[in-house]
Each structure stands twice: as C-alpha cells, then as structure tokens.
Ligand binder design. Structure first.
Ligand code: ADE
Length: 240
C-alpha cells in the first residue's frame, strides 16, 4: 500500500514513522509512506500557500489552486483522497478496516485557520479524528496511517487484531500476564487452567461486561448471538 501525506510540516511525522510497527512495515515494503511538502506547489516567489479570507476576518486561508496542484501531482487513478478536518466523518476502527483495503491513499493536512471551501471538491472524503480542534491535520493523518498500517497483511500477527477493541463491535476483554499474584491482585483462575472453551466464554463475557459498563452506546445497534444475549442478561443481574 502507498500512503501519501500532503503537509506543510513533514518533520512532524519523524519519530512516529521511524519507530516500532510502522518502521518495520516500511522496511518490509508492506507500506510506502511519502511525505510531500505542498509549499513546493506555490507559484509565488515567497512560496506563500495561504491568503486573507474573502469578506474579511482574522487569520489566513489555504489556497485552493495550490492544494489542487499538489493533489493532481501526487494522486493516481487508484488514489483515494482524504481531507483531514474536524468537520469530517468521525474516524472509527470500521473506517480503518475499510481504508486498509485501498492500494493508494492520499491524506491532506489542513493548517492554520482554515482552507478554501472549494478544496472539498477535489477529495473523496473528509475525516475527523474526534470532536476537538487540532492545530492542523498532521496528528490526524498520523493516527489514520498508524491504524491502517497495523491492519495490513503481515504488519503484525493477524490474531493480535482479531481481538482488538471495536473489531467485533465490543471493547477488548481484560488481559493478564505473570506474576500471577501482585499486590493482593490475582489473575482469574479460569485463565490458568488451560480449558480453552471456558477461557473463550470468560473472555466474551468480560468483553461484553466492559462494553456494558463503559460504552453502552456500542451495544445499541449491535446484533447479538444467542450466547451473547444470555451472557449480557447475566452481566446485567451481576452489575445492578
Ligand atoms: N484538523 C484539525 N482538527 C482536526 C480533527 N479533529 N481531525 C482531523 N483533522 C483535524
């Protein structure tokens, strides 16, 4: 997969892409990440990329002509072009799965006070990473890239993300490792007895319990199996 990030601050990504799973995925050629400073597409000699807002007001606005040129120079017929903006669709694990299927993604990072509304006509979708305003789209683009790359084939052991929080619409079950007892807290016995049927049932129940206690909203539109419904009834009795 190829991910191209159009940004005025390519150095903001160093560190994040130079370590751990993303670095390994780049080294193994599972993903190619291109950081493009779109200032180079400015036609004026001072390389300005923004201008004052039409109609007046504070701040500067990113120019449509420069972003259009940057997109055209860096996209292919297969590219899926995404604008990072707090006005976009809220990002989710389901969206990360969807994006991980593309061959080629272009992420555009807005900056400063805003961008010319007409830029929206040159993108396939707009993504927000949450209901807060960042100084620019770079942190959002890093979040989207990280969450996609870990899903790519062979980036990590597939089983590690089959149980991720949200991958089956639930929060992940609690995990433990040695020491078996620490500061008076014991690992649940069921995880130590090697009975995988009981372990799976325990994990499903605790995954449901965590979601019920912390994120009831995730349960609202989810379809449940008969076993899940039974477990959920038990949890409700236990917790109320
Ligand atoms: N740029 C500024 N704020 C943002 C957000 N919440 N998500 C994506 N891009 C942004």
């Amino acid at each position: 997969m190829k991910i191209t990030i159009l940004t005025l601050f390519p150095n903001m990504f160093s560190g994040i892409f130079d370590e751990s799973i993303i670095k390994r995925a780049i080294d193994k050629k599972i993903v190619e990440i291109n950081l493009i400073d779109f200032r180079q597409y400015s036609p004026d000699k001072h390389h300005h990329v923004d201008d004052t807002p039409c109609g007046g007001g504070a701040g500067m606005v990113l120019r449509v002509d420069i972003l259009d040129k940057a997109i055209k120079e860096n996209k292919t017929d297969n590219s899926h072009v995404i604008l990072m903006t707090p006005q976009g669709t809220k990002y989710s694990q389901a969206k990360a799965y969807e994006l991980s299927k593309y061959e080629d993604i272009v992420l555009i990072c807005g900056h400063y006070e805003g961008f010319d509304e007409r830029i929206r006509n040159y993108v396939d979708e707009e993504i927000s990473i949450g209901d807060y305003v960042l100084t620019g789209g770079e942190l959002g683009a890093a979040v989207v890239t990280d969450s996609i790359v870990r899903l790519l084939d062979k980036a990590i052991n597939e089983e590690s993300h089959l149980d991720d929080s949200f991958s089956n619409g639930l929060l992940e079950y609690p995990q433990y490792t040695r020491p078996v007892e620490y500061d008076g807290m014991k690992v649940p016995d069921v995880l130590l007895n090697g009975n995988h049927k009981l372990i799976n049932e325990y994990r499903l129940k605790e995954s449901l319990r965590k979601t019920y206690l912390r994120r009831k909203d995730l349960l609202e539109n989810r379809e449940f199996t008969k076993e899940e419904l039974k477990l959920l009834e038990k949890i409700k009795k236990e917790e109320n």
